[in-house]
Ligand binder design. Structure first.
Ligand code: NAD
Length: 258
């Protein structure tokens, strides 16, 4: 299997895309530690995939250190770290954003990734890899989809990916990011459950559907494996081809006009 004998720590994996990533890594042979603030859900997924769960709040450096030391106690070393946890999205416009909104995005998306890398570095040898879960909104603006600090923090995460790739490359550790676009997650109402949204997705996404969490997990598994042995500092877009559309043409397709 692609990740036989590897160990992985996946943050924010109690639900959603993180849970999908944890499932794919485990099905490719990795021993997975799920790190999340949701204890019950994390424990249930750990049982399902034969992995482990660690409860940690990654908005503090102590929480990040705790996550790494618990994971190392459980699985002995760290071959793969996936920085997936993110704050719950809201649709605030710029004038309504609270200072705390900037704080939580900067802390959980950016600082936690840096804190985890620092804590994990002594436990990561040559061939190890970090994958940051970014977003296509790091480089284009989805106005009413999520809050501005989310987009800005994801842009910062892409740059942190390049920085860490340079910093950790000499020790043989690769650092990349995966940037999803539209994802049908396993929690709540799926994007494609809305018939109008499903029509727009069929019209505008060349592959004709939203991603599943497993699609994102497959990209993470590839970047974490030896199949990506000379790839570092890159952001891999996983969008079903949506970004290849010229924006105005996509708008025409979405409107149903020919
Ligand atoms: N959903 C999408 O369409 C989409 C698109 C592009 C990128 N992404 C990215 O994918 C990742 C996962 O997205 P999702 O929609 O599955 O998110 P989600 O909100 O469903 O899950 C986030 C997870 O992070 C955990 N978490 C939150 N705060 C935490 C903290 N302080 N410490 C530890 N864990 C914490 C939550 O408990 C939850 O399990 C995020 O980084 C998101 O930005 C999502």
């Amino acid at each position: 299997m692609l990740l036989d004998g590897r160990t992985a720590l996946v943050t924010g994996a109690a639900q959603g895309i993180g849970a999908g990533i944890a499932r794919v890594l485990a099905s490719n042979g990795a021993r997975v530690v799920i790190v999340d603030i949701q204890e019950t859900e994390a424990a249930a997924l750990a049982r399902e995939i034969g992995g482990h769960a660690v409860v940690a709040d990654l908005t503090t450096q102590e929480g990040c250190r705790h996550a790494v030391s618990e994971a190392v106690n459980l699985i002995g070393k760290l071959d793969i770290i996936v920085n997936n946890a993110a704050p719950a999205r809201n649709r605030s416009l710029i004038g309504e954003i609270e200072g705390s909104d900037w704080d939580i995005h900067g802390t959980l998306i950016l600082q936690a990734a840096a804190w985890l890398a620092a804590a994990a570095q002594p436990h990561m040898g040559p061939g190890a890899s970090i994958v940051n879960i970014s977003s296509v909104t790091a480089r284009s603006v989805g106005e009413d989809q999520c809050t501005w600090p989310y987009h800005v923090a994801k842009s910062g995460l892409d740059q942190l990916t390049r920085y860490l790739a340079c910093r950790l490359g000499p020790s043989g550790v690769r650092v990349n990011a995966v940037a999803p676009a539209l994802v049908d997650r396993d929690v709540g109402r799926k994007l494609s459950d809305d018939p109008e949204m499903a029509r727009i997705i069929r019209a505008t996404v060349p592959l004709g559907r939203a991603a599943t969490a497993a699609d994102i997990g497959n990209a993470v598994a590839f970047l974490s494996s030896d199949a990506a042995s000379y790839i570092t500092g890159q952001v891999l877009t996983v969008d079903g081809g949506l970004g290849t559309r010229e924006v105005f043409a996509a708008g025409i397709l979405a409107s149903g006009e020919k």
